[in-house]
Design a protein around this ligand. Sequence first.
Ligand code: AMP
Length: 213
Amino acid sequence: MQLIIFGAPGAGKGTQSKILCERFNLVHLSTGDLLRKEVKTKSELGYVIKKILDAGELVPNNIVGELLNIAIKSVKNKDGYILDGFPRTVDQAKMLEGIFKENNFKKPIILFLTADEKVVIERLSNRRQCSECSSIVIITAVKDNCCPNCGAKNSLFKRDDDNEETIKNRLEVYFKTTFPVLKFFKDEGEKIIEVLGTDPIEKVTKNILAKVK
Ligand code: AMP
């Protein structure tokens, strides 16, 4: 399976990607994860990236493209991929063809997870990520400070960009710069599969599988 998973921040791209990757032995290529990983190394580039992420702005194409290419080259023994968080601009969408050709990637299905703006703001404000298994959880599902997915204690953290001001800017950037990528794909004749991202997690997965088949 080859998928581009597209949608607003908080639409459930990360959660669904993890489920589908486990089920179908796919690699999850999340540019957000790749950028956060670079920040963790505390490299010079990491500091530059952190400032951009904390502001909710987009990281320049050359940096994202390079990290993505390195990640793709290290993929082994997988039955496909899910591209999550890329492309986020029309220029990045134009870069894709070259990336696919260079890495012998099959053409992906484009999946658009739709979500109401009010719901995603609430989701982003109330979510935590697990540093052990990297799953995303809603704070109401957390008991005794343990990750509901892997059980790790005190492993849940709030992403630095999940604060009110940055969320606002991330959504502005999404509607202004990322959303037009859908029109670009449509104009190119690509089929877009739409699934409501705000249904319960299992239902979203079920709907994705029914439509992707
Ligand atoms: P995400 O984990 O997908 O929500 O991404 C978190 C942040 O990483 C975004 O708000 C951007 O600052 C940055 N980012 C992720 N993917 C891209 C991309 N394709 N191009 C530019 N910046 C990106």
